[in-house]
Design a protein around this ligand. Structure first.
Ligand SMILES: [Zn+2]
Length: 145
């Protein structure tokens, strides 16, 4: 996976059981977290189609890339999406940016930081959450790369 996230390859939270880092974040982690500054590019891990670009609860601003029976979910993205649902993308294509920790004006957002500011889903700081489902079941993304 080296280089795929433009140098940000350190993983702060692995797949599986963990102590929830922030209230509302899952204690069974359905992906991996890669800390990176807001604005860091991330890419399509495979040729596919964009099937979701919306704010999604704990995931914050989320993008889903679909191919075959795979669903790859990128969470805590920058709200200024550069792809839209129905776009066909190529492996390695930049499809989004890591979002800020705080986002404002999102209807129904129930996530806030210690200062009471609304956050980009259940997050303690800017990072990319990457989740991969095969036939609807989450797998360890590191098994995929
Ligand atoms: Zn995560």
């Amino acid at each position: 996976m080296s280089g795929q996230f433009h140098g940000y390859t350190k993983i702060s939270s692995y797949f599986g059981k963990r102590i929830s880092p922030t209230s509302g974040a899952s204690s069974s982690h359905s992906g991996i977290d890669i800390p990176a500054p807001p604005g860091s590019k991330f890419i399509a891990v495979h040729d596919g189609e964009i099937t979701f670009t919306q704010f999604l609860g704990a995931g914050g601003y989320t993008i889903t890339l679909s191919f075959n029976n795979f669903r790859v979910t990128y969470c805590h993205c920058d709200p200024n999406y550069i792809v839209k649902v129905g776009d066909t993308v190529k492996q390695g294509q930049v499809i989004g940016y890591v979002g800020p920790k705080n986002v404002y004006g999102v209807k129904g957002n129930i996530y806030f930081d210690e200062n009471g500011k609304p956050t980009n889903g259940a997050t303690t700081g800017p990072h990319l959450h990457l989740g991969i489902r095969i036939d609807g079941k989450y797998i360890n993304p590191l098994d995929f790369f």
